[in-house]
Ligand binder design. Structure first.
Ligand code: FHN
Length: 483
């Protein structure tokens, strides 16, 4: 299978058979929280913070191209950056007041979209906390807004039945003790130790304040200083799990003592699910090694926070996201779609449209999404296969011009389609087992006829019911007889 850059990750290190003391703390879990995680299907990411006030620009000057992304605008450098920029940015808390923000409206919209979990930025790299943390002076409590936005989001989404994961950036440009490099002098080490304790205190505070939280989603854990703190992070993960049994923590939180992130040096997953799929998705189910995972995706090219001017930038459509969603589900993962509200807490018009259109499709095809997962069948160029028990779903994104949806089943398979229908309408479809006569191919082919008068504005799902059959073994014997 050819893989492009967007469908792979750094090559997995060959297991080093090194002694690993600070490796994985969890084996694959089958408890209720992880069973729910596997059935989330679709999630919503929300990036909101001081950067949302700016939309990637300041006083009419765009930072695009001079800052990595709108939520990174504090890192704006070069000739276009305003004079004393970081000082200007760091004082944005003095004007942070999205008074109209209504987390209940966000949650209703996410419910309409079909999201079953939300990942919300409690604190991004700028260090500004959207909850009144007792461990920082740089929080909503020190802004005209003054409200506990994290608490409002947790309550609103939980009330809609949507599980809440709290995004937390370890990287913190505001804390004086933070250093990217490993500290080498006494003052640096003392500052870093204070930073580690501050990080621990904020995380314990979040779990204490928001008991409904189902997971922690870590970010900004790539700097050498954090990578070198593997004893601290190993201890902290243990402490977080003890404080909140059932808590779900992704693989981006920490690394082992050899610096191996996401997976320890012997290939064991460092967390409950692989969290590295960001604006990229696995090329195949096999490369996941049986681990749980989710893929987080921006609607624009690389804007997590609100971007005022998206002209010239492709904005993914509902059709794009349906394709990505079913690609994820076909490999047993969840797709998390990012929303970046503006400084007043309003979603963009395009995000509203996506929520409505994606939600309508997800609602009509829910059976193929939430409780349906990876099926061990050949991929098809027509779209994505999901299923479970005796149901098989083919999400058709590329409609065959001959009107025949042909699926390949292994010869030794004991179940073949015995009936098919359009999932959304229930319209019965003609199916037939077709012996195409491929030499040496002992597979069995099932053709489903897509009626010529059938039209669909978007991807559509064919549901097949699988039944016991003798066609498989009999065909394999026939092929042997011809040799
Ligand atoms: O640097 C961040 C970025 O701003 C954004 O928050 C994404 C979302 O997962 N994470 C980091 C980039 O990998």
């Amino acid at each position: 299978m050819t893989t492009s850059l967007w469908t792979t990750r750094q090559p997995m290190k060959e297991p080093a058979s090194l002694p690993v003391r600070y490796g994985s703390l969890v084996a694959r879990r089958d408890d209720e929280p992880m069973q729910r995680f596997r059935r989330y299907g679709l999630g919503q990411f929300i990036h909101f913070g001081l950067y949302s006030l700016l939309g990637g620009e300041y006083e009419g000057v765009s930072a695009t191209g001079a800052a990595p992304a709108p939520e990174w605008i504090r890192a704006w450098r070069g000739p276009t950056a305003p004079e004393s920029w970081t000082e200007i940015y760091d004082r944005l808390n003095e004007s942070f007041d999205p008074a109209e923000l209504d987390a209940r409206a966000w949650a209703r919209q996410a419910k309409q979209m079909g999201a079953r979990y939300v990942i919300f930025t409690t604190k991004h790299h700028d260090g500004f906390a959207l909850w009144p943390s007792e461990h920082s002076g740089y929080t909503v409590a020190n802004s005209p807004f003054r409200r506990d936005l994290v608490g409002e989001v947790v309550d609103a989404y939980t009330a809609e039945g949507i599980d809440v994961f709290l995004y937390f950036s370890v990287l913190d440009w505001n804390h004086p003790g933070y250093t990217s490099a490993v500290p080498t002098d006494a003052a640096g080490r003392a500052g870093w130790e204070q930073f580690l304790e501050y990080t621990r205190a904020q995380l314990l505070e979040l779990l204490e304040r928001y008991p409904a939280t189902k997971g922690l989603w870590f970010d900004g854990t790539w700097d050498p200083s954090w990578v070198a703190s593997h004893e601290f992070t190993h201890r902290l993960e243990q402490e977080l799990r003890e404080k909140r049994p059932g808590l779900i923590i992704g693989s981006r939180f920490r690394n082992d003592e050899h610096g191996s992130r996401h997976f320890d040096s012997n290939g064991a997953l460092l967390g409950d699910y692989e969290q590295g799929w960001e604006r990229k998705l696995p090329a195949s189910h096999e490369m996941l090694g049986g681990n749980d995972w989710d893929g987080v995706m921006t609607i624009g090219p690389n804007a997590w926070g609100w971007l005022r001017d998206t002209s010239g930038q492709y904005q993914k459509t509902a059709d794009d996201l349906i394709d990505l969603l079913m690609r994820c589900r076909s490999m047993g993962g969840n797709l998390v779609v990012n929303f970046g509200p503006d400084g007043s807490g309003r979603m963009t018009a395009h995000e509203d449209e996506i929520a409505e259109q994606l939600g309508a499709w997800v609602t009509a095809n829910a059976d193929a999404i939430y409780d349906a997962g990876h099926v061990d069948l050949d991929r098809t160029g027509m779209g994505w296969l999901t299923g479970g028990d005796d149901r098989l779903f083919l999400t058709v994104v590329n409609r065959p011009v001959n009107g025949i949806a042909r699926l390949r089943f292994p010869a030794d398979g004991d179940r073949l389609p015995v009936a098919a229908r359009m999932l959304e309408t229930g319209r019965a479809l003609e199916t037939r087992i077709t012996d195409i006569g491929y030499d040496l191919d002992a597979a069995v082919y099932c053709d489903v006829v897509i009626p010529a008068d059938f039209s669909a504005p978007r991807a559509f799902v064919i549901e097949l019911i699988l039944g016991e059959t003798g066609a498989g073994p009999a065909k394999a014997e026939r092929i042997d007889a011809w040799q």
